[in-house]
Ligand binder design. Structure first.
Ligand code: KG4
Ligand code: ZN
Length: 368
């Protein structure tokens, strides 16, 4: 690809779950990258009545709004389609209906404007965001904690990832959402659990810290969820204070277990990369918004001698700027795809194709 000037401008499109998003990101050698626009339309209201994301509703909402969101992203960036150098689109993992909408739209735009198309792995978008926001150098560790994923990934380079840990059962966001549901709190549960927890006593219930102390680096949250259910059933009917105390105790258990699990991988990184003077842990995904979780991770990083990097909230959760940026990274690395127009959406698409699934993993995974 030969840009007209020394700047690369990529249009990114993201429709893998319940956010319809488009963004234009620009990069030029020697300067910090710029997010020229970042349009996100959340479907939370459409799904709230059902207590979770309904794939058919999501796909229809993407169809209805994607064209307008792409137009808005170009208008906000002050650019015509002809001034874009490439189109990058999330091609997986995620809900297949939404992926099809995004990929077909991106293929049509790229073909009509005669621009290269790049099929991007959504997880790669999360993995590379810290280079967009903080100019971080490789290698570093990524902790992805969202509604569908709980993983620690070694980010060695563009397209070069190694999964070091994953959940053997529920994703952390899922544990928050299920806990919220059990306690009668509205969807999405995570923010509501955090809000209730602020009024609660985190020492009232001694919930388990799953896998704490285990030599295996993986995560587990289903036992914790069961313990919450048993407690809630045992003391029902729940008062407002009971709900707050359960939320606070749940969050304390989550934070404690997470820090312990993460510490394993931080130690491994130190062993494998002794020459990296100031190693970094980057956190991404909706759960990274939780202040208790963040504080626990920050404290663990300080103890292990790591920088703790949390991109701004709107770039931690699903967005298209990270997809446009992954496109730019791929163009710069010479990883263009001649066959992207024939790319078929992948509902499952691990970043690290080599690592085997761990036992119990993969019961859910539509969300990333
Ligand atoms: O990354 P994300 O926006 O979407 C995907 O899963 O792709 O993450 C959403 C998840 C949900 O499970 C939500 O409950 C959780 O992140 N979440 C939180 C908080 N905000 C969002 N969990 C705990 N505390 C929060 N403040
Ligand atoms: Zn995501």
């Amino acid at each position: 690809m030969e840009p007209r000037d020394d700047m690369i401008r990529v249009l990114g499109i993201e429709t893998s779950c319940d956010e319809t998003a488009a963004s234009v990101v620009a990069w030029r050698a020697g300067a910090a990258p710029t997010i020229l626009s970042n349009s996100v339309l959340s479907q939370i209201e459409e799904h709230a009545a059902f207590g979770g994301v309904v794939p058919e509703i999501a796909a229809r909402a993407h169809v209805e709004s994607l064209d307008g969101i792409v137009e808005a992203a170009l208008a906000d960036a002050g650019l015509e389609l002809s001034e874009i150098d490439a189109v990058a689109v999330t091609a997986g993992p995620g809900l297949v209906g939404g992926l099809i909408v995004g990929l077909m739209t991106a293929k049509a735009i790229a073909a009509a404007a005669d621009k290269p198309l790049m099929a991007i792995n959504h997880l790669e978008g999360h993995a590379l965001t810290a280079r967009l926001t903080d100019g971080l150098d490789f290698p570093y560790l990524l902790l992805l904690v969202s509604g569908g994923h709980t993983q620690i990934v070694l980010v060695r380079g563009v397209g070069d990832y190694q999964r070091w840990a994953t959940t053997i059962d529920d994703a952390l966001g899922e544990a928050f959402d299920k806990t919220a549901k059990m306690l009668g709190l509205a969807y999405p549960g995570g923010p509501n659990v955090e809000k209730e927890a602020r009024k609660g006593d985190s020492t009232r219930f001694a919930f388990p810290r799953p896998m704490k102390g285990s030599a295996q680096p993986d995560f587990s949250f289903s036992g914790l969820k069961t313990a919450v259910r048993q407690t809630a059933t045992a003391i029902a009917p729940l008062s407002g204070q009971d709900v707050a105390d359960i939320c606070a105790s749940f969050q304390a258990a989550v934070s404690d277990a997470l820090a312990d699990r993460v510490a394993r991988s931080l130690a491994r990184f130190r062993e494998e990369f002794p020459d990296v003077a100031l190693p970094a842990l980057v956190v991404a995904g909706g759960v990274a918004a939780n202040r208790k979780v963040r504080a626990a991770l920050e404290a663990q990083c300080a103890e292990s001698g790591f920088r703790f990097i949390a991109p701004p909230h709107e770039l931690c959760t699903d967005n298209a700027a990270m997809i446009a940026w992954a496109g730019i990274e791929r163009l710069r690395a010479g990883l263009t795809q001649e066959d992207a127009a024939g790319f078929v959406p992948r509902s499952r698409w691990p970043l690290d194709e080599v690592s085997q699934p761990v036992i119990g993993f993969g019961r859910r995974g539509a969300k990333a």
